[in-house]
Design a binder for this molecule. Structure first.
Ligand SMILES: [Mg+2]
Length: 173
């Protein structure tokens, strides 16, 4: 299956939430590490609190779907005040589908946001969600992710050849 994301933006702040809502999206499933916060960062930064408030203000339900282990995700989700699914085994679609059932939303109402093609986008597409790829927040990563990144480079180059545009990082001009 194609790994072409429906959108590719620099960061969660660049997601057009009102457009998604108008298009009938109601549930945002989001990756945690390097999508919402740098890898294994325990804090909830103010930009994220603001974004969550904005998304919930539009009407979205937001739920973290992370491959990271339970305690880390639980601790974070607790502080952020949002629901989560940990040890999700992305790109398997199961956790996404379970989240949709949990919030009684259909795949076409669901958005998956993440920084990785091979887990987030691929899994989100398997579950039938609308997929948004973001640039990873920080180069520091779990060693397994670094290996995946190398494979991801190959997939990314193929997508770029097919017209996927890589967004510019804000501040890098
Ligand atoms: Mg990630």
């Amino acid at each position: 299956m194609s790994m072409m994301p429906d959108e590719y933006v620099a960061s969660i702040k660049d997601i057009d939430l009102t457009k998604l809502w108008r298009e009938g999206r109601r549930l945002i499933l989001t990756d945690l590490d390097n999508t919402l916060v740098p890898w294994n960062d325990p804090g909830v930064p103010s930009y994220l609190k603001q974004w969550l408030k904005t998304a919930q203000g539009v009407g979205f339900q937001v739920c973290i779907v992370s491959n990271n282990q339970g305690p880390r995700v639980h601790a974070f989700a607790e502080i952020a005040g949002i629901p989560y699914m940990a040890a999700a085994k992305k790109p398997k679609p199961d956790a996404f589908l379970e989240a949709m059932r949990r919030f009684t939303k259909r795949p076409e109402e669901t958005v998956m946001v993440g920084d990785q093609l091979l887990t987030d986008v691929r899994g989100g597409k398997r579950a039938g969600a609308y997929t948004i790829l973001v640039l990873p927040l920080h180069p520091r990563e779990w060693w397994g992710t670094r290996i995946v990144r190398r494979m991801e480079g190959v997939a990314m180059r193929a997508l770029v050849r097919r017209g996927l545009e890589i967004p510019k990082r804000p501040g890098n001009s």
